[in-house]
Design a protein. Structure first.
Length: 107
């Protein structure tokens, strides 16, 4: 069974750090997200929850957990877009394209 990859904004921010760095500790992710003013315990909790969902995995270096993404960014995008199409556009991808074209000045 594939991991559930509909992510919140904060979870997605954490995943972007892992995709960019390939692997990182909770402290590394915390430092990368310093502009969000999060506690390191919050970052650690997010990583643990993402691991329970199968989105990240960790390896140990002594007492330190080093996390890396278990799913690719394109897979998460595809999953989240599929969920958006289902929930907002009643499963109609043509409606998504129509909405995007209507919202942009396409020449």
């Amino acid at each position: 069974m594939a991991p559930e990859t509909d992510l919140s904004d904060l979870q997605l921010a954490v995943m972007r750090v892992l995709w960019k760095r390939r692997e990182a500790s909770a402290a590394d992710v915390h430092a990368a997200l310093k502009h969000r003013d999060l506690a390191i315990t919050t970052v650690a909790t997010i990583l643990q929850r993402l691991e329970k969902r199968g989105v990240v995995v960790h390896r140990s270096e002594g007492r330190l957990f080093i996390y890396h993404a278990a799913v690719s960014e394109p897979d998460v995008r595809r999953s989240m877009l599929g969920s958006l199409v289902e929930s907002v556009f009643s499963g109609d991808p043509a409606a998504v394209v129509s909405q995007l074209l209507a919202a942009q000045d396409v020449s």
